[in-house]
Write a protein that binds this ligand. Structure first.
Ligand SMILES: O=C(O)CCC(=O)C(=O)O
Ligand SMILES: [Fe+2]
Length: 227
């Protein structure tokens, strides 16, 4: 399948990839210690949200773009154009807190902050669960993103995806999703290629944040007051 990854150099261009990873690890560890000092109800919460935003922005220097050509109507097309994978966005303590919260609630909505999403889907995969090949509904605008928790797995992309057995799929590209990563789907990666997850070996949670297309909102649709 060859290498699908291409690293983007948006900032910290003077640092090697290894140094960047080390710097990011230290940064997260420090932030982890700092965050533990904050009570979520304290006046420091705002600061904590600011730090979180900064961390997400910093994660863009770890962004990967993907390349995988598939022949569609006789033309070679990069079906992964528009995909971005941001790794290390959530540290292990955050991952634990969020997944524990989701599993305790068994339903809930995590999106806050008045920015992009107004919809959130939580998929809880037990071992052997899968999600079949699909393109996400166009009732939702692009880009949208998926966060992975509890265990890593591969997400398969392809203009054509073969079903080779129960919960077993093969497509042109298979992208590892580490825990705590955010996959942003846009462009061909969201609209031309289907995606799916083959049967997982371990329990896994994914949280998909999307924003409803205004034109597709039901009549008299009102956003929940806490959004
Ligand atoms: O579990 C994932 O990472 C993908 C979920 C997904 O494709 C969806 O909810 O539409
Ligand atoms: Fe999807």
């Amino acid at each position: 399948m060859g290498s699908l990854e291409r690293y983007n150099h948006i900032s910290l261009v003077d640092l090697s990839k290894k140094q960047k990873i080390e710097k990011k690890r230290k940064m997260n560890t420090q932030e982890f210690v700092e965050e533990e000092k904050f009570d979520s109800n304290s006046k420091n919460t705002k600061l904590c949200i600011e730090e979180r935003k900064q961390r997400f922005i910093k994660s863009f220097c770890m962004k990967k773009d993907y390349v995988c050509f598939e022949r569609i109507n006789r033309r070679l097309v990069n079906i992964l154009d528009g995909l971005e994978l941001h790794i290390g966005v959530f540290n292990s303590m955050e991952q634990r807190k969020i997944s524990t919260h989701i599993l305790n609630q068994e339903n809930g909505c995590v999106a806050k902050d008045g920015c992009v999403p107004d919809s959130c889907i939580i998929n809880i995969y037990e071992p052997d669960d899968c999600i079949p090949p699909h393109i996400d509904s166009h009732d939702f605008v692009r880009p949208f993103s998926t966060v992975s928790f509890l265990s890593k797995c591969n997400i398969i992309f392809g203009h054509k995806i073969k079903i080779v057995g129960p919960g077993e799929f093969i497509g042109a590209a298979s992208i590892p999703l580490p825990v705590g990563s955010v996959l942003v789907l846009n462009g061909n990666g969201a609209d031309l290629a289907k995606h799916c997850i083959s049967a997982v070996s371990y329990k896994r949670i994914s949280v998909t944040f999307r924003k409803m297309d205004k034109a597709k909102q039901p009549h008299n649709f009102k956003l929940a007051s806490d959004f």
